[in-house]
Design a protein around this ligand. Structure first.
Ligand code: HEM
Length: 336
């Protein structure tokens, strides 16, 4: 059963109206309030005035994207016109700790804002895990609640974490992926996944369910167990800057097309590997800037901001991200 989200004035609802798509929620119970979830993130990590409540540690980059003819056949988005599209990017570590070590076994993020003709923008905001750790926003909130520091120890209560894991099997796949894969040696050596299902819309309004991955042309490389001990807390930004002195860092965008029966609403479940896959474009990052100096600092990489030719699915996590990011964005902008 689907249900209309209660927040009729939130950005997700606004985008749904603008994009002419139904705003529904696949979960059985209504989602938590976005500000409740952002407050829960703050009680785990603290709140740094003027900064993102999640993915706080990061830096900016710029470059371009060029789409392919194959993508153009399935989506009329200007992203795939074949012309160079300017990109503002941000690379980040998940969580709200500004001093999190780059060796942490947490997710890494790549956020992209494409500047399309006529002042339109399109956002793609990804992680370096193929799946997410919550099928519905409630799981994300429950994880934050389970991770609250115990006032007696200053650390999360292991019993609460255990209880969360036992009661939220939808968190398991991503948690196991993060535990069993060391973090990347460089952002240039990391793949990133869109995770959610989106819909490509072609010139005849035919839609196709799609998921995508950005594959690094420098190849995937993770820190070894020894490097984990010696890499230091802040190597990711200098390593990418150093790599950029040799030329652009590139990722290919690979799109998989779903078949009937493939979930479009559960970001914790992967599609079968044999789905048709094609190269949709190439992202070239040409320069990096410190977060304080770059153009990405004051951007909201809301993944529901999409230009004509790509639509959101009814994935409740994708829909929830928009109002949650708006809360964090509103806080950090009003604190500056
Ligand atoms: C319930 C689910 C989620 C919640 C509540 C959530 C919450 C947030 C918040 C509050 C921010 C900071 C926004 C800002 O101040 O601009 C953020 C940033 C980010 N999130 Fe999420 N998120 C969720 C799911 C996801 C998923 C599924 C992905 C990837 C597919 C993702 C990738 C990112 C990235 C890469 C950033 C950093 C964006 C930037 O550089 O500005 N998040 N998230």
């Amino acid at each position: 059963m689907s249900r209309t989200v209660a927040c009729s004035f939130c950005p997700a609802a606004l985008y749904a109206v603008l994009l002419n798509v139904p705003l529904t929620h696949a979960a059985d119970s209504p989602p938590p309030a976005p500000d409740e979830v952002v407050s829960a993130i703050e009680s785990v990590f603290g709140a740094t005035r003027g900064e993102r409540r999640n993915h706080i540690k990061g830096f900016c980059a710029t470059g371009e994207f060029v789409g392919t003819r194959e993508a153009r056949a399935l989506s009329r988005s200007a992203l795939f016109s074949g012309k160079s599209v300017p990109v503002v990017a941000r690379f980040s570590l998940a969580g709200g700790n500004p001093n999190a070590p780059d060796t942490a076994k947490s997710a890494r993020g790549m956020a992209l804002q494409f500047a399309l003709p006529h002042g339109r923008v399109h956002n793609i905001t990804m992680l370096n895990t193929p799946m997410f750790g919550a099928a519905v926003p409630q799981t994300f909130l429950d994880l934050m609640r389970a991770q609250q520091p115990d006032p007696a120890t200053g650390k999360p209560d292991p019993e609460k974490i255990k209880a969360f894991k036992a009661s939220h099997p939808d968190n398991r796949a991503q948690a196991e992926y993060l535990a069993s894969h060391n973090p990347p040696a460089s952002y240039a050596n990391s793949a990133f996944w869109g995770i959610h299902t989106f819909k490509f819309v072609d010139a005849h309004k035919k839609t196709s369910p799609v998921r995508w991955q950005f594959v690094p042309l420098d190849g995937e490389k993770r820190l070894s167990d020894d490097e984990l001990k010696t890499a230091g807390a802040a190597f990711l930004e200098p390593v990418l800057r150093e790599r950029l002195t040799q030329g652009p860092v590139r990722w290919e965008m690979w799109v998989s097309v779903g078949q009937p029966g493939d979930t479009e609403t559960d970001p914790t479940v992967l599609w079968p590997e044999d789905r048709r896959r094609f190269k949709a474009g190439t992202l070239s990052i040409t320069a990096a800037q410190a977060q304080t100096a770059g153009t990405c600092a004051d951007l909201n990489f809301d993944p529901m901001v999409m230009a004509d030719g790509i639509l959101p699915s009814d994935d409740p996590v994708l829909r929830f991200r928009s109002p949650a990011y708006a809360v964090s964005f509103g806080k950090r902008m009003s604190e500056k």
